[in-house]
Design a protein. Structure first.
Length: 378
């Protein structure tokens, strides 16, 4: 009854979403802040003003949304926490105009990543990535029958870029990793990415997943002019309080976007429904609000890092909305269990190599104060 392909599937296990009790959720890197009220209003208005529109197919290519995403990136530089009143920090300014034909949208960046895998990666040709980075990449590799070369992180938990690039060059391989990386939270600078792109095979894509860039990373968008093989994947799920609505996108050159459209139109014409398109458009327009939310996250992040360090924890520097931490003599799983007893969920990965760590998503000040209280036991 089952297809042969099924044996290669090893499904991703997301952070738990329990129904038995109301927990404070610091386990899935979701935003603790509600969407801006203009987003709620846009959805309500769309549904009530002309309900018949729900009976009609959405714009298959999300054209208005893609224009708004491009405009938002031009205004903010793609790093919300550094963008004040819709003006990017000098170092984040994009030296050209991002145009809508450089944007591809999908049902969350997970789906967008799946299309990227299908479009640019070939079975029999290993794809370079890291061990550890976003754990969905190995899942898709299984799904598409691809081989991944998971280059181990260095002792300081940073990407071993030298090993990654030398493998890519000797095997003419494409590359994919998250920057800032997950679950470490550490980031490469744009200059470091540029150095890698200069060496990497020009006829293979180089995919940078910027899911967390809005919390203090350096976006690689300014490099798009120079490198036609650069594919940047981003999401509304974290910095735009949108995980439940599902919206992710690619920023790349129009040629890459065109090929992604071919794949999308061979799989599902309508990955973004009418409501997510409407809400996404309103979200882009409210970027100023989300920039303030991102700054609150950064504040709470410094506070929890100080708290943990002052109590003897080892904490990796983070440019994301989570911290990755461990303490000598304390089991990661025990921390998870203890905190759960206090009504708070954090993430523990049973994966060898990182099983001593816990990953804590940054919540509101109130949530973080409760977490600190729960962590006092250690
Ligand atoms: C959360 C996350 C995603 C997936 O985001 P969705 O848009 O919700 O599918 C992709 N990449 C990384 C690195 C993430 O952490």
């Amino acid at each position: 009854m089952l297809s042969d392909k099924l044996i290669n599937l090893h499904p991703y296990v997301p952070g738990e979403q329990p129904k038995d009790r109301v927990y404070i959720k610091l386990n899935a890197n979701e935003s603790p802040y509600a969407p801006h009220k203009s987003v709620v209003k846009a959805v309500k208005k769309y549904v009530t003003k002309n309900p018949q529109k729900l009976a009609l197919y959405p714009d298959p290519d999300s054209n208005e949304l893609r224009s708004e995403i491009a405009a938002m990136l031009n205004r903010t530089g793609g790093v919300l926490c550094n963008s004040f009143d819709d003006l990017p920090d000098e170092k984040d300014k994009i030296p050209f105009e991002v145009t809508p034909d450089m944007i591809f949208t999908g049902n969350g960046s997970d789906e967008v990543l799946s299309f990227v895998f299908y479009t640019f990666f070939n079975p029999g040709q290993p794809v370079v990535t890291a061990n550890f980075t976003y754990s969905f990449y190995p899942v898709y590799a299984g799904f598409y029958g691809l081989t991944l070369e998971q280059v181990p992180l260095k002792d300081d938990w940073t990407l071993d870029t030298q090993k990654m690039i030398s493998f890519a060059c000797s095997n003419n391989s494409p590359t994919i990793f998250a920057n800032p990386n997950a679950p470490t939270g550490l980031a490469l600078t744009r200059n470091q990415i540029r150095e890698l792109l200069l060496k990497a095979p020009k006829d293979r894509v180089f995919v940078v997943d910027e899911a967390y860039c809005d919390f203090g990373g350096e976006s690689s968008i300014p490099l798009l002019q120079e490198f036609k093989n650069l594919v940047i994947v981003r999401t509304f799920s974290k910095s735009f309080s949108f995980a439940g609505m599902r919206l992710g996108y690619v920023v790349s050159n129009p040629e890459v976007v065109k090929h992604l459209f071919t794949v999308k139109n061979s799989f599902n014409h309508f990955p973004c429904d009418v409501l997510s398109q409407q809400a996404g458009i309103a979200s882009c327009k409210a970027s100023n609000y989300y920039a303030r939310c991102a700054r609150l996250v950064c504040q709470e992040r410094s506070s929890i890092i100080d708290f943990l360090k002052s109590r003897g924890w080892f904490v990796l520097d983070s440019t994301t909305n989570f911290v990755f931490a461990k303490k000598d003599g304390v089991q990661g799983h025990a921390v998870y269990e203890e905190v759960k007893k206090c009504g708070i969920l954090i993430r523990h990965f049973a994966t060898p190599g990182i099983d001593n760590f816990v990953r804590i998503s940054i919540g509101t000040k109130k949530q973080m104060n409760l977490l600190k209280k729960a962590l006092e036991k250690f």
